[in-house]
Design a protein around this ligand. Sequence first.
Ligand code: BGC
Length: 492
Amino acid sequence: MPLSRRGSGTLLTPTGQHLAMHTRTQDDESLPHATKRTMTDHLRRLETLFTLTPQRMRMITQSFRETLENGLEKVDQVVPMIPTFVFGWPSGQEQGDYLAIDLGGTNLRVCLVHLQGKGKFEVTQSKYRLSEEQKQDEGQKLFDFCAESLKTFIDSNSGEDGILHLEPGEKLPLGFTFSYPCKQNSIDHGILIRWTKGFGAPNTEGENVAEMFQKSLDKFELPVTLTALINDTTGTLIASHYVNPHTRIACIFGTGCNAAYMEHVKDIPKIKDLGIDGGMDMVINCEWGAFDSFEHEHLPRSKYDISIDESSNKPGEQAFEKLISGRYLGEILRLVICELIDDGILFLGQNTYKVEVTNALDTALLSLMESDPTEELLMIIGIFSHFFALETTLAERQFLRAIARLIGRRAARLSACGIGAIVGKMGYLENGCAVGCDGSLYNKYPGFAGRIQEGLVDIFGEKARNIYTHHCRRWIWPMTKARKDAGIHAHL
Ligand code: BGC
């Protein structure tokens, strides 16, 4: 339905739900509600809480940079700066068929990648949603689910009409994107340091997840060879560089957040004993979501952030990620709303139990609220009536949207501090560079990329315009197999 500024209709949300919307010519005279004035006062208070001044951003960027340097210097730091054993950039000429399986925070994806060279590629993929139960179930079962999904994908794409034509006994190279912090001593090995993003599958932390996955692959007798295990940021870095050779950094802004970049081996003091040629370059998976964890010295945490942290399955951990990523932004807004309900500011006289349920407000709804193009904010009417059975006045809707904007803007500006720390450390400001990005926040949250850019300008001034983010899908990374074939193995 085309958006009309008056009347009723439905809207389709990114998650495929239909929202009923209706406008009213009179603004809820029948419902008691707070005055605009009271809301304005609260908005001012929240603005102070969620706004980052350029000066504060520069301070965060500086401490971020020191933290990254520490992680390169010493082992077992909070921000671990993980050597990935992925060496150097792709040439852009890589060709061939590769399978990729990607276990992210929300979905499992299986992809067949056809690299055509010259930075060109085709991808065929299937996506499976992970349930909350699966995230807490035995680790081996999770890997069995990955292998089983891969089997379904291979079976349904094989045969005469399929895109996969395997000779008897032939095996396809398989890359596993595992988007959690893993300590690696080669490209096909990874000890899970800790689960993030609400996962808690027992008997997995401290284990070699490549080995666990191999066990599941064997169980389903799949015609594949597991050639590499990498983080999603590493995958995005390699894939982004394949399509845009100016890429130097990659970020994920999705259910979780993190970055990877290419470092000079000589500048990674903690691996100097491995005897790797100092002239080489290696991808570092920063795991920057852990910045300021436990000590909470640098980041501006509000009482809402603290409450989310304390009620999470990993209190104290992933402090940076909890202010930024898609898993948490909706919940921050929901906690603000609940407080204002308790204070008698919002939804007076209405039954608010639906919005009082933990995690009831998905970050996708914040995106929708911010992108509502109508004067009367019809989308927001639809969201609150459909999901929470709540009527809203126009003043409330404007207020809610303003809070969503504060939360979304803070997330993007903090992300700019992380990017700024790498840019500063590597000296990329003068000549500029591209930052390949992926993840639902970056791809779907309105204005996220623009706010990162604005944040970088606040940190570095006009020169920051030399640094630009671009969207890139990470599925094509399994070409890193070529690196393994080059015989580069090392042990930490
Ligand atoms: C994980 C990272 C991952 C990021 C984005 C974080 O929670 O620790 O490994 O790259 O999410 O998916």
